[in-house]
Design a binder for this molecule. Structure first.
Ligand code: GDP
Length: 297
């Protein structure tokens, strides 16, 4: 994760740290290299601009350059700005503050990792939060989707709503709500259908499901390997359904990290989780400070 960026920044910062004094020009030169490294990591251009401007202003217009460890201080400024770019100090938590069953609706394109992530969250909610969860697949488009969630549910030992062939998504959502209430579940996870592209039919379906289920969380699942496309998908969803956060999957294979670094600034939505593998415990709460630390080594 972030390997390339980490290597590039490491080289720039080792050079900065190694110097006893820094001139304004040294900072500007270093920032030029950081800018290239961020662009190569596929970070969106407006995000890169804002980042470089913020760091340059803080590093040059203050006491930093006159201090005894100017290199260290510049690196600290970069670390703070990176944390900000990734979402600030607060690690994103799931919101359970609603009358149970708290509904978590999962949305996203086909193949983004939505069903896998639903099962990962079911497991996490049961094991980490000690809550009773039930999962329901509303995906009637992909033939084996409901069956897939059932199998994953058995693996993580989280109940799934029994499949009723031919039932439509909104009706499945209603039945899932009833069932979750009857079973006194704390949390209901709704795994919705994806499409190959964002389209009107998909958005209409998501709105209808949100209307009947009043979700506390609407989590958009996107594939981090698709880089800026992931950010574009998130932007398309943002105006249509009330997203509360993003889950970035396949972070384990993403050496660049552009989606993670652009997502918060471009969409205004927090990244709540990172998927880090195919296994059902390969999910991490997204902590911006920790991720920034990882990038800077
Ligand atoms: P959906 O169509 O959005 O429901 O996607 P699936 O949940 O079926 O996932 C598609 C494929 O991506 C599956 O083979 C998953 O095992 C894989 N996958 C999902 N999340 C991750 C992840 O975080 N890392 C890796 N390496 N693979 C993942």
């Amino acid at each position: 994760m972030f390997d390339n960026l980490s290597d590039r920044l490491g080289t720039v910062f080792d050079r900065l740290r190694g110097r006893g004094s820094l001139s304004e020009q040294d900072v500007r030169d270093a920032m030029r290299e950081v800018r290239i490294a961020l662009l190569e990591a596929d970070v969106a251009l407006p995000v890169v601009r804002r980042f470089i401007d913020a760091v340059t202003e803080k590093a040059i217009g203050s006491e930093v350059l006159k201090s005894v460890t100017p290199g260290q201080q510049v690196v600290k400024i970069v670390s703070d700005e990176l944390t900000e770019m990734l979402g600030g100090d607060e690690p994103a938590e799931l919101n359970f503050a609603a009358k149970p069953p708290v509904v978590i609706m999962m949305v996203g394109l086909q193949g983004s990792g939505k069903t896998t992530t639903t099962a990962k969250l079911g497991k996490l909610i049961k094991e980490k939060h000690g809550k009773k969860a039930i999962m329901a697949s509303l995906d009637v488009n992909r033939p084996a989707a409901q069956e897939q969630l059932k199998v994953l549910g058995e693996q993580v030992q989280v109940a799934t709503l029994p499949i009723v062939p031919g039932q439509q998504p909104v009706d499945i959502a209603r039945r899932a709500m009833e069932s979750a209430k009857l079973q006194a579940a704390d949390v209901l996870l709704l795994d919705t259908a994806g499409r190959l592209h964002v389209d009107e039919a998909l958005m209409a379906e998501m709105k209808a499901i949100a209307n009947v289920s009043a979700p506390t969380e609407v989590l958009l699942v996107v594939d981090s390997l698709t880089g800026q496309d992931a950010v574009n998908v998130a932007q398309s969803f943002t105006g249509e359904v009330p997203l509360t956060g993003v889950v970035l999957t396949r972070m384990d294979g993403d050496a660049r990290g552009g989606a993670a670094l652009s997502m918060r600034y471009v969409t205004g939505k927090p990244i709540k989780f990172a998927g880090t593998g195919e296994k059902l415990d390969a999910i991490e709460a997204f902590d911006p400070g920790r991720v920034a630390g990882r990038i800077l080594g």
